[in-house]
Design a protein around this ligand. Structure first.
Ligand SMILES: *[C@@H]1O[C@H](CO)[C@@H](O)[C@H](O)[C@H]1NC(C)=O
Ligand SMILES: *[C@@H]1O[C@H](CO)[C@@H](O)[C@H](O)[C@H]1NC(C)=O
Ligand SMILES: *[C@@H]1O[C@H](CO)[C@@H](O)[C@H](O)[C@H]1NC(C)=O
Ligand SMILES: *[C@@H]1O[C@H](CO)[C@@H](O)[C@H](O)[C@H]1NC(C)=O
Ligand SMILES: *[C@@H]1O[C@H](CO)[C@@H](O)[C@H](O)[C@H]1NC(C)=O
Length: 657
């Protein structure tokens, strides 16, 4: 059986959010029942999927929930959110319960997942993780996924690629040498901490924690927020068809004058669509460049991308997870909705190893924790202590839940994409979001909300968007940058979007719903939002090192790229607003709160906070990087066997990698 059945359950529960509202098992008896149920699930899993490589805690792909069951009354609807929340809780409980408790178990689980022995030093890593109460012991599939393409290179080839890519613009090296670690920039040949990106310095600070336990090696660190490595489909399928031989130097594969930016020669989308298979829509030039159907409401296009039948449906649609798996190969016109396809930074079409904080679908970068998450900073951290200049558990500006305003809040700059090609910024993720939520037109949109007669039932109606936005949205840009990519420039951008004055991060805690939208890359604020006592509502196309550890609908609310379901999300948790009541001619004077809505919302706030405190700690990031570094050391070596852990199998088989 994959997961020994004799594990104590209590420690697993400790990392779950506590809930004094009674939604979680609170007493021993309930725990015992759940334990038996969990064992049953574990048994089923082990029996049915013994051969599977991984069991992702998240839904496998982005999907809308399947068609809803109608209630007895044809006007009322069974809401999908309770089911999503229940599944999320099960998934996360499972994730925690199945983690190995002993080194032997961890080694066996490693072998089961990856078909080879753990890297040398794995036992030290295990001790490091145990002593720091690291909850995640086995689920590091992100490391395996990111590094697997490099197993095919010899150590010498890998080292050559590292050294070559280390000379490219906006790539720094973090070097471990005789137990010391430093960040350096080879391009300027300074060999010291001058003009080193904050990302490289952040990575260096993590490696400091265990540098004396690692052999000499280098890590090429991406200085940019955007992913860098995009390998054409043909090369991945038939490496013999494309020349990617680095023996003649990096110029021989990237050309003599590789520049950091595009300079009119290509763009991200042109490179990105080459990763798709030749029969995909994205590879057909016409489909690939086809503009979105309706410029006024470009987000309609994304709805169609999920399921064309849905637009005429009255049922609420919710993303099962964030859109980090959204397939732009199949829906190429959706690329206009995401700024990262318009980045000014040139992507690299050769398999060079580059360590990056996040990656979009199809990128081959190796994920590492963002420096914004690891070290407390005033701009990006919850609980920044302005006197001692460190992070602390409670933010001075935190507001009691009862006193948090029940609306949706977002502030940010007009970033979120480059200018290559120019003129597309109106459809970037932030711009679309600000326009949708400050739309003052009298158009209507369909919203699903608790019935005024019976708040345990849901009804749907057309509600004027201007009234909805007035009631529940407080969204604005606070800073204008990069307006050159906006059609009509600065004045047009200002005229079409709501602007307000900047706020400190701490102002966010006054609101219950905090939307988190990608900027130039992943959103560095996300961990602060999780740590707060408010609820993050996150939309992203990136996956990060923690993506398999964090459970949508338990720790945060996932939001599709179209944002269309945001109004339904609000109504489910917070109830019908006056404009919704008016839309069904309700004469009821009091606003209908759904049963359990607020309790569920608060539960997500607490679960996210608890996750940040127990699994999203700096030391958990260190455990991730430590393990990644051991794997990297093995790849780096000419003798990978000597850098593998010696394991004698109890069944007498030697499976050294
Ligand atoms: C991996 O390496 C083997 C031999 O070293 C080679 O035949 C094969 O084509 C490589 N595969 C890839 C995907 O590079
Ligand atoms: C490349 O390899 C594939 C199989 O991996 C083979 O079918 C094809 O003929 C090879 N092409 C060349 C040009 O050698
Ligand atoms: C909510 O705000 C009021 C007014 O500022 C304050 O008196 C009260 O203590 C706050 N409630 C909590 C639970 O902090
Ligand atoms: C609300 O009242 C108006 C005017 O009487 C009517 O046209 C409309 O159908 C009613 N809507 C609902 C949902 O009952
Ligand atoms: C021994 O254990 C290894 C690793 O778990 C496994 O791959 C192998 O199939 C086992 N061999 C036998 C004979 O059971």
């Amino acid at each position: 059986m994959a997961f020994p059945s004799s594990r104590p359950i209590s420690s697993s529960f400790d990392a779950m959010a506590r809930d004094d509202d009674g939604l979680t098992a609170k007493n021993g008896q309930k725990r015992a029942i759940l334990y038996v149920l969990a064992l049953f699930v574990v048994f089923l899993e082990a029996g049915l999927y013994a051969a599977r490589q991984q069991s992702a805690p998240r839904a496998a792909a982005t999907t809308w929930t399947p068609s809803l069951k109608r209630g007895e009354n044809s006007k009322t609807i069974d809401h999908p959110i309770p089911k999503l929340m229940a599944e999320a809780e099960d998934n996360f409980r499972n994730l925690l319960q199945r983690q190995s408790k002993t080194l032997d178990e961890a080694v066996a689980e490693y072998q089961r997942r990856y078909g080879r022995n753990p890297p040398k030093g794995f036992d030290d890593w295990f001790a490091f993780a145990q002593s720091r109460d690291v909850k995640i012991i086995d689920d590091y599939d992100a490391i395996s996924e990111d590094l697997s393409p490099f197993f095919n290179f010899s150590g010498a080839e890998l080292r050559r690629r590292v050294s070559q890519v280390g000379h490219l613009p906006s790539i720094d090296l973090v070097r471990i040498e005789n137990g010391k670690v430093r960040a350096m920039n080879m391009q300027q040949n300074l060999g010291q901490d001058i003009e080193i990106s904050e990302r490289a310095n952040g990575f260096r600070r993590i490696v400091e924690k265990f540098r004396d336990r690692l052999p000499n090696m280098d890590f090429p660190i991406n200085g940019k927020a955007e992913g860098r490595i995009l390998i054409p489909w043909e090369h991945k399928q038939y490496p013999n068809l494309t020349v990617q031989d680095t023996s003649g130097g990096i110029e021989s594969v990237l050309g003599q004058d590789f520049t950091a930016d595009w300079r009119g020669d290509g763009n991200v989308w042109e490179s990105w669509r080459r990763i798709c298979s030749p029969d995909s829509k994205a590879r057909k030039l016409f489909s690939s460049l086809q503009a979105p159907a309706s410029p006024k409401r470009p987000e309609n296009l994304l709805q169609g991308a999920h399921d064309s039948k849905l637009s005429s449906s009255v049922e609420p649609r919710f993303a099962a997870t964030v859109d980090d798996n959204f397939d732009f190969c199949k829906e190429p016109s959706a690329h206009y909705m995401q700024g990262h396809f318009f980045s000014d930074w040139r992507t690299i079409p050769v398999l060079y190893p580059v360590f990056s904080p996040a990656k979009g679908q199809g990128y081959m970068d190796i994920r590492i924790p963002s420096h914004y998450y690891h070290q407390a900073t005033p701009m990006y951290s919850y609980g920044w202590d302005t006197i001692n200049l460190v992070g602390k558990e409670f933010d001075d500006m935190e507001t009691a839940w009862e006193n948090k305003t029940d609306i949706i809040f977002w502030r940010g700059a007009t970033t979120g994409g480059g200018n290559t090609p120019t003129g597309f910024a109106a459809q970037y993720q932030r711009h679309r979001f600000v326009r949708m939520t400050s739309d003052k037109s009298k158009e209507t949109r369909q919203v699903v909300f608790p019935s005024p007669e019976d708040p345990s039932k849901f009804v749907s109606a057309e509600v004027p968007v201007n009234e909805l936005n007035e009631e529940i949205m407080d969204v604005a840009f606070v800073r204008l940058t990069g307006w050159a990519n906006y059609p009509g420039g600065r004045a047009a951008l200002r005229a079409a979007h709501r602007f307000d004055k900047s706020v400190p991060l701490g102002d966010h805690w006054r609101y219950r719903y905090l939307v988190d939208v990608d900027g130039m890359g992943y959103s560095g604020r996300f961990f602060a939002f999780l740590a707060s006592d408010s609820v993050p509502v996150k939309s992203t196309v990136y996956s990060e090192y923690f993506s398999d550890w964090l459970q949508p609908w338990l720790h945060y609310i996932p939001l599709s790229q179209s944002y269309q379901e945001l109004y339904d999300i609000y109504a489910f948790f917070s109830g019908a607003t006056p404009s919704m009541m008016k839309a069904v001619n309700s004469t009821s004077s009091s606003i209908q709160k759904p049963e359990d809505g607020e309790r569920r919302l608060r539960r997500i706030a607490r679960a996210g906070k608890q996750w940040k405190k127990t699994i999203g700690r700096p030391v958990d990031m260190e455990a991730y990087v430590y393990r990644l570094a051991l794997e990297w050391a093995r790849l780096w070596s000419d003798d990978r066997e000597s850098l593998s852990m010696r394991v004698s199998q109890s069944n007498g088989t030697d499976v050294l990698a």
